[in-house]
Design a protein around this ligand. Structure first.
Ligand code: ADP
Ligand code: ZN
Ligand code: MG
Length: 480
């Protein structure tokens, strides 16, 4: 049987975080009542309205192209992609077909402990279409409704080279891309709200072959998991066809999350769109000074940060990966380091306690009430012996819900660690008297018994005893 290799290329649409649309001042806010954020320009109504290009959208598209290592166009031009559909008021979409904003870039992705550069074919700016609503299935729905609030919202489209080989690679690429776009702040990249949408082109070819096979295009995947599952499914489906000697039909397929399968939508029309340079939107020269400004506005990107976290802070790869997985989280870590420069200890706390609470409350780090220096202060209090690590967790939970400072919580709740020998000795005496069996075990060489007795003292003091001191006192007591 012939062995096949999958070839995958992604087309990713990202809604830009601009306040207004691409050519008018209508709002881009998500979730408003249908057709309330529209005007003659984005509705394509006749009249003397002149489109005005959104400078921020252009800057964001250039920023994206630069962050993805592309060559940036010297001149900004727009083209009309002509087709008819009810969600497209002008009868054409404004896009950059002939001269995309960025070309020939790449994004490094870590795949199975190796770095693979995934080629970026192009990055271009375009406008979104409106959104259609149907009752149930599109073909049996008695009517269609359309909301033009989304019409002409600025999008950046990122087209990869067919460099991906597995569903896992595609997922990793998409995560890296999303992370990078969040770092540069051009989009909120919410897959569930559709501000990041991914189409996957998939084909198979005999292993070793250099030619590209017939591809299908997969749409409607609304999560990373859906992208992974959809591609897996499509690879399996195509493998089945080819192994039976059949041929793959070039078509657009729809991922159905509920049944976990792809369904044929329409046969692919071989890129038969008609494109024309837009006669109204004249070419714009990019100003070198402005380009430089955009370049300087790009923050340190995840790869460089990862490298610094492992090399300068000595963090294990896993920690560095988690902490740099979001710019806000990495910022939080580095801000807390200013007060508490114990790299690994701080990383442990953020990854287990802080992220644990964030996950449990379904919260983003930006909504966290604990300021980074306050977390640093808390960890210092542990190291100084003021509170035990265990109590610190309770204090931290309180900080997390109330936003109070650690010192205040410790003072008000009387949580200071008991390091007074006399006080502890009394409790040690009581515990030893109450558990003669364990004392005997200890004398018979069962070291576990000591742990149990320490635990009892901790319990008596509600976790406030200094565990190291308790250990010492108990050992001394038992050796008498
Ligand atoms: P189309 O003409 O169908 O729009 P393009 O050449 O513009 O196709 O490519 C669109 C996307 O599909 C790109 O991401 C590209 O890498 C990918 N692609 C192109 N050909 C193939 C193929 N045979 N198999 C898999 N992906 C492909
Ligand atoms: Zn408008
Ligand atoms: Mg194309």
């Amino acid at each position: 049987m012939t062995a096949f290799e999958a070839v995958i290329g992604l087309e990713v649409h990202v809604e830009l975080l601009t306040q207004t649309k691409l050519f008018c001042s209508c709002s881009t806010d998500f979730g408003a009542a249908p057709n309330t954020q529209v005007c003659p320009i984005c509705l394509g109504l006749p009249g003397g309205n002149t489109p005005r290009l959104n400078k921020k959208a252009v800057a964001y598209a250039i920023k994206t192209a630069l962050a993805l290592n592309c060559q940036v166009a010297q001149e900004i031009t727009f083209d009309r992609k002509n087709y008819f559909y009810a969600d497209l008021p002008n009868g054409y979409q404004i896009t950059q077909h002939f001269h995309p904003m960025g070309k020939k870039g790449f994004l490094p992705v870590n795949v199975a402990e190796k770095t693979k550069n995934i080629g970026i074919h192009q990055v271009h700016l375009e406008e979104d279409a409106g959104k259609m609503f149907h009752v149930g299935d599109i073909l049996s729905s008695p009517f269609s409704r359309v909301d033009f609030n989304r019409a002409s919202v600025p999008l950046v489209e990122i087209v990869t080279e067919p460099d991906l080989r597995t569903a896992e690679e595609a997922r990793l690429f998409l995560q890296k891309l999303r992370n990078t776009l969040l770092y540069i702040g051009i989009s909120d990249c919410k897959m569930e709200e559709g501000s990041l949408r991914c189409d996957a082109n998939i084909s198979l070819r005999p292993l070793g072959s250099k030619e590209l096979g017939v591809k299908t295009e997969l749409k409607n995947m609304n999560s990373f998991r859906a992208v992974y599952r959809g591609i897996e499914y499509e690879i399996e489906r195509q493998t089945g066809i080819l192994q039976e000697g059949g041929t793959v039909i070039p078509e657009t397929r729809h991922w159905d999350e509920e049944i976990g399968a792809t369904k044929s939508m329409r046969e692919k029309l071989s890129e038969s769109y008609r494109y024309f340079p837009d006669p109204v939107l004249l070419p714009l020269k990019t100003d070198t000074k402005w380009l430089e400004e955009i370049l300087y506005s790009i923050p340190e990107l995840p790869d460089s940060r990862y490298k610094r976290f492992t090399e300068d802070y000595g963090l294990p790869p896993y920690d560095a990966e988690v902490l740099t997985s979001s710019r806000d989280l990495a910022d939080y870590y580095e801000q807390a380091l200013q007060t508490y420069p114990e790299h690994k200890n701080l990383s442990n706390w953020i990854m287990s306690e802080l992220m644990g609470l964030l996950n449990a409350n379904n919260m983003e780090i930006t909504a966290c009430k604990v300021e980074p220096p306050e977390l640093g202060d808390l960890l210092k209090l542990i190291d100084q012996g003021t509170i035990s690590g265990k109590i610190a967790k309770t204090v931290f939970e309180e900080m997390f819900t109330t936003g109070e400072k650690p010192e205040k919580i410790i003072r008000e709740k009387g949580l200071t660690q008991i390091s007074d020998e006399e006080t502890l000795l009394k409790i040690v005496d009581t515990v030893v008297t109450a558990h003669p069996g364990s004392v005997e075990d200890y004398h018979n060489g069962k070291n576990k018994a000591l742990g149990f007795l320490v635990g009892q003292v901790m319990k008596e003091t509600k976790g406030q005893a200094n565990p190291r001191l308790v250990n010492k006192l108990l050992q001394k007591k038992l050796s008498n």
